[in-house]
Write a protein that binds this ligand. Structure first.
Ligand SMILES: Nc1ncnc2c1ncn2[C@@H]1O[C@H](COP(=O)(O)OP(=O)(O)OP(=O)(O)O)[C@@H](O)[C@H]1O
Length: 626
């Protein structure tokens, strides 16, 4: 056998074994019942064939067992559809559990690396989204239906095979080869059709889809009508579509040839079997009873033949289950879900902790230019530090390294003496609110109290008021100047912060930022020792940001805090200000020290101040409206 065929056979076996192992893992009892029902479908068909043969024989002999075989025939006829109907409801249960398992396995893989490189890398991210699209699409949702239909019909085919083999093993084998040949070649053809029609993401197809959808869009549709572009768009769509279809037609006709050849060969082989059986019956070497059995057997053997979309979908089901396994293996994860004892462990609150960057070098995997070549920064426990610097100098990158989202190429990053890139306990000491913080579609209480809820996720839920995070959330929200958020939801902590839900509501950008800051404050209660704000207030005006930052510094006194902002007036109250330049830390000191020393900071401050003017009776700067 050629090596390629052996390779395909081995891969097919590996996929099958893995698929059934995961099905069993998701729903062991239902799978066992499903297998029993599949067997019953085959038994029902076999009984129908066998009993009808015996009945014909008894009728011919005029012997006395006619009623017995008639009853058995009736049982056989009833058994197959009944088992098929029960199987359908069992398969629905298996699908539900199987889908849940798949979704959890993929989510677990996405969360496995602490870093986010795999979500930023286009190739790795595409792999996740391809699997996600499949799981959400109609093929993923109907996978079990296809797979169990194929094995259900397969069981009927086996019954047909047994019936024909009673007369001639050779005939049974020839018919089997004929049906399998058509199944394999037609499935390959349908696979090409499906890929081209549903899954093809080629540039031409995407352009054609875009042009087709343009007149249907509200914004685009308006302009298209105003400019009278409809005829041009339709003609362009037709051209792009026709060009995109050239390749599709070529692939189709290439795949159609073996499918047609397979069908013709199968027809010849099957015709030979029928002729053979007819000849034996005609010559008297085969009884009428056997002829009845063989003819039915040949018909039912088609269950092992082509089943159209079921075959194609069943292949996809196994392919994607295997993709999930390979994805997990690439992140060092086992095929099934594992209990991570670390992930729910409560981090003891040890108070403020120190942060150390020593001779850190870092280059993004997708870039040639390093962001840092030898960065040194030491923040003692309890100090508040502001990181400032021009756009692109590496402020956010520094925070990502601190959170362990990327490992340093050389040098060391330490939080409380531990490496956040590898040590979960160090990572959980850092609570960060990024500019693009998450606006969870959860209740206000959950949005604020998430750090507490996550820290207690492993513990038994407390039945009394002691387990209620609302008082802590309320304190944090007030400390973050978010009293108006409570007013917005009418004091109801159970309001979902998304208008798409019943009774849900939307917050303004500023209100969301206060919720995020309250969340950061609660992280301290949950064990964090360093608080980081990476410009979450950038959308606010200067005065509002300055107010939030000084309030934040006030309520976090004694906690190690790192603030990143472009606005120097916002961070001037930090204990220490660090100016980053392309060569690393270029200035380091308090606001007054840096202003007096007359370096980059003083220059930046002067530049910003020239765009501001002092508000009367206020020592902060406000933007001059132009
Ligand atoms: N995921 C990434 N992949 C590749 N390069 C990146 C990535 N993120 C940032 N960079 C690049 O790294 C450099 C530092 O970016 P970073 O976002 O840390 O700067 P920043 O000082 O925070 O900038 P800003 O003030 O504009 O927010 C920039 O040149 C940026 O283009």
């Amino acid at each position: 056998m050629p090596q390629a065929v052996v390779g395909r056979l081995m891969r097919w076996t590996r996929w099958q074994l893995h698929f059934w192992r995961m099905t069993w893992h998701a729903a062991p009892w239902l799978t066992a019942v499903g297998v029993l029902l599949v067997v019953l479908r085959g038994v029902g068909v076999w009984l129908t064939i066998y009993a009808s043969g015996r009945l014909v024989q008894q009728l011919g002999d005029r012997s006395g067992d006619v009623w017995v075989w008639l009853a058995l025939l009736g049982m056989g006829i009833a058994l197959e559809p009944l088992a098929a109907a029960w199987l359908e409801s069992v398969v629905a249960g298996i699908q539900e559990r199987f889908s849940r398992q798949q979704v959890l396995l993929v989510a677990d893989a996405a969360l496995a690396p602490h870093g986010i490189e795999h979500l930023e890398n286009p190739e790795k991210a595409a792999r996740f989204s391809d699997i996600e699209d499949y799981l959400r699409g109609m093929f993923g949702v109907n996978a079990m239906n296809a797979v169990w239909s194929v094995i259900g019909y397969g069981s009927i085919g086996v019954a047909g095979f047994v019936a024909v083999a009673q007369w001639s093993w050779w005939a049974a084998l020839i018919a089997l080869v004929a049906y399998r040949a058509t199944a394999v070649t037609w499935t390959a053809y349908l696979d090409v059709l499906l890929r081209d029609l549903v899954e093809d993401g080629s540039l031409g197809r995407r352009q054609a889809d875009y042009l087709r959808s343009l007149p249907l869009e509200r914004a685009g549709g308006k302009e298209i009508r105003l400019f009278g572009l409809t005829p041009w768009i339709l003609r362009r769509y037709h051209e792009v579509w026709a060009a995109a279809f050239v390749g599709i037609w070529q692939r189709r006709s290439k795949a159609l040839r073996p499918a047609l050849a397979g069908s013709v060969a199968a027809m010849v082989l099957l015709a030979a079997c029928y002729v053979w059986a007819g000849r034996d019956a005609w010559s008297g070497t085969m009884s009428a009873a056997t002829l009845v059995v063989v003819m039915q057997g040949l018909v039912q053997l088609a269950g092992l033949g082509p089943l159209g979309d079921y075959n194609v979908q069943a292949i996809r089901a196994r392919f994607y289950e295997n993709e999930i396994r390979e994805l997990r293996t690439s992140y060092g994860l086992p095929p099934t879900l594992h209990d991570d004892p670390d992930s729910t462990a409560v981090v003891p609150a040890t108070g403020a902790v120190a942060v150390d960057f020593t001779d850190v070098g870092f280059t993004y995997p997708s870039r040639a230019e390093p962001v840092f070549t030898g960065l040194d920064l030491h923040v003692p426990a309890g100090q508040s530090v502001a990181i400032v610097g021009v756009n692109g100098v590496g402020k956010s990158t520094l925070i990502k390294l601190l959170c362990g989202l990327y490992p340093a190429d050389h040098g060391t990053v330490r939080v409380d003496g531990r490496d956040p890139a590898t040590d979960e306990a160090a990572r959980r000491k850092v609570a960060t609110i990024f500019q693009e913080f998450v606006r969870y579609h959860l209740t206000l209480r959950e949005n604020v109290a998430l750090p507490l809820l996550a820290a207690n996720a492993g513990a038994e839920p407390a039945a009394d008021a002691a387990g209620d995070p609302t008082p802590a959330a309320d304190r944090a929200l007030h400390a973050a100047a978010g009293a108006d958020v409570l007013g917005r939801v009418g004091g109801d902590w159970d309001t979902i912060l998304e208008p798409g839900y019943d009774g849900g509501t939307e917050l303004s950008g500023g209100q969301w930022q206060r919720v995020a800051i309250a969340r950061a404050l609660l992280a301290v209660d949950a064990g964090a020792g360093v608080l980081v704000l990476d410009e979450p207030t950038a959308a606010l005006d200067v005065r509002a940001e300055a107010e939030i930052f000084s309030r934040f510094l006030e309520v976090t006194r004694g906690v190690t805090t790192i603030l990143v902002s472009h606005r120097l007036s916002s961070v001037r109250h930090a204990d220490r200000i660090v100016v980053l330049g392309p060569e690393g830390v270029v200035q380091d000191g308090s606001h007054d020290e840096l202003l007096n020393s007359g370096g980059a900071y003083a220059e930046m401050f002067r530049l910003q101040a020239s765009r501001f003017e002092k508000a009367s009776g206020d020592d902060e700067f406000v933007e001059v409206s132009s």
